[in-house]
Design a protein around this ligand. Structure first.
Ligand SMILES: [Zn+2]
Length: 100
């Protein structure tokens, strides 16, 4: 995964600015990571009425209620990242999809 420097005020709805990106949950203690479909996480927040496009990534990380499989602590951080397989062509295709 290639992490995207989205800044401390990044919100979940920002995933549309980074076509093809994933929501990367990472453990601040041991570095264990798991990636998620950002669109689905947003849909889930809306469904549960616990958030929306403007929910900050640090709030998303705080909502994670399970301990890290690597170190059994809860030091979650959330950010955006591109999967390794995303190339320039894929970024363009995804961008076109969000424009339409
Ligand atoms: Zn950990």
């Amino acid at each position: 995964m290639r992490r995207i420097a989205a800044g401390p005020t990044a919100v979940i709805g920002d995933f549309r600015r980074y076509p093809g990106c994933r929501l990367l949950l990472s453990c601040g203690a041991c570095g264990w990571t798991k990636s998620y479909n950002a669109e689905r996480i947003l849909a889930r927040l809306l469904e549960l009425k616990t958030g929306g496009h403007a929910t900050r990534l640090d709030q998303v990380a705080k909502r994670v209620q399970w301990p890290c499989p690597g170190c059994h602590r809860m030091h979650w951080k959330a950010g955006f990242a591109y999967p390794a397989y995303i190339d320039a062509g894929e970024v363009r295709r995804q961008a076109a999809r969000y424009r339409n």
